[in-house]
Design a protein around this ligand. Structure first.
Ligand code: PMP
Ligand code: GLN
Length: 380
């Protein structure tokens, strides 16, 4: 075995879902909605499965989906992309893997921000890169110029940004985006931007892609996921958008990871990206209602809830809720004794973890949320 994988655990999401199943716990751990997803998108997938070719689609994705991605980002984010700059992947996870494998050479340094989505670090290390980690602090989780100055070096090749950020449910502010753009341009650094949560934003907020900032159009790899946009997390249809100098090289990595992605799901994603604004605002409003239901309930039970601007998640601050346990011990107690699965935020740190924050998924039916609240009325 390669020692990196020999020494790696199973992802916290899989581990916690397995615990939830074994204990009959209510699963607010791994991020997936209770709902079925939009019926018309499902119907389009079924129609394409039965009515269209199920043979290999083109390696970079079907022309219809590549075009739909560019039209979608033109309409929603003011981006001017060409379909040739879009590569369809099997989920955002594959887009991340292909981008990191293609862009990182041994000895390159990669700036990442903790808490970090758990796939990033092993991928960077397997590619031979050296991680330079910036630790973000609750409750603001803010990126500062001073923190960037500490990790930059002549070997800095790449930054990996996730906004909106899983697990903190925060979004990069205009100042942070400007700071990062300035950093990338002045140090000749490429940005991989994991924007899978771009549509799941609340209270009238709007996602801004780092790619739209001055100097960033040709040095950003923007990653999206149909799983999040259509609340169908099992679909694993994603994409990356980047200028030809980047996307053509990344396509070479993609061709030997998966080569292609099921054509009927591509057809359905292409259809869905063309849906009108009402779908997107309705989807956000639904999740926002669920966020508020869980937040209000938890606050009523004496938990200190951190603000959630986006994603399917909110967090509780254990210390501020009067709980002295660390996040791992609390999540252990919660799944074993109270019957609710949650995610310890320390799992998103490679070192110097924040240990008093626990992530809960609110993308659930009212009954699920209410059931979890009833169980969380118990305290350790
Ligand atoms: N990046 C982030 C930040 C995520 O939260 C997720 C999934 N929750 C992914 C990537 C993976 O997306 P996909 O399921 O499309 O591979
Ligand atoms: N990204 C999802 C989450 O944060 C889980 C993805 C996975 O299970 N690999 O819960």
């Amino acid at each position: 075995m390669n020692p990196l994988y020999a020494n790696l655990g199973t992802t916290i999401f899989e581990a916690m879902s397995a615990r939830a199943r074994a204990n009959g716990a209510i699963n607010l751990g791994q991020g997936f909605p209770d709902g079925r997803g939009p019926e018309d998108v499902l119907a389009e997938a079924a129609r394409a499965l039965l009515g269209e070719s199920n043979q290999y689609p083109p390696m970079a994705g079907t022309p219809a989906l590549r075009l739909a991605v560019t039209d979608h980002y033109a309409a929603h984010q003011g981006l001017d992309l060409d379909a040739s700059e879009v590569i369809v992947t099997s989920g955002a996870t594959e887009a991340l893997a292909a981008s990191i494998l293609a862009l990182v050479s041994p000895g390159d340094e990669v700036v990442m921000f903790q808490p970090l989505y758990d796939a990033y670090l092993p991928l960077v290390q397997r590619a031979g890169g050296t991680a330079r980690l910036v630790r973000l602090e609750p409750p603001e989780w803010k990126i500062t110029a001073a923190a960037l100055a500490k990790v930059v070096s002549p070997r800095t090749k790449l930054i990996i940004l996730n906004t909106p950020l899983n697990p903190t449910a925060t979004m990069a502010t205009p100042e942070e985006l400007a700071l990062l753009a300035d950093f990338c341009v002045s140090h000749d650094v490429i940005a991989i931007c994991d924007e899978v949560w771009e549509h799941v934003v609340f209270d009238g907020r709007e996602h801004v892609s780092l790619m739209t900032l001055p100097g960033m159009r040709d040095r950003t790899v923007k990653i999206g996921s149909a799983g999040k946009i259509f609340s169908l997390t099992g679909w694993k249809v994603g994409w990356l958008c980047a200028a030809p100098a980047l996307s053509q090289g990344i396509a070479k990595a993609h061709q030997f990871l998966t080569f292609t992605t099921p054509p009927n799901l591509q057809a359905a994603a292409a259809y869905g990206l063309g849906k009108d604004m009402a779908y997107f605002t309705g989807m956000r409003a639904g999740f926002q209602r669920s966020r508020d239901r869980l937040a209000t309930g938890l606050t009523g039970l004496g938990y200190k809830v951190l603000p959630s601007a986006a994603t399917y998640f909110l967090s509780i601050d254990l210390a501020a809720s009067g709980i002295t346990m660390g996040d791992l011990a609390f999540c252990e107690w919660l799944v074993e004794e109270a019957g609710v699965a949650a995610i310890p935020v320390s799992a998103f740190y490679a070192q110097d973890a924040v240990t008093n924050v626990v992530r809960l998924c609110f993308a659930k039916a009212d009954e699920t949320i209410d059931g979890a609240l009833e169980r969380m009325a118990r305290r350790p």
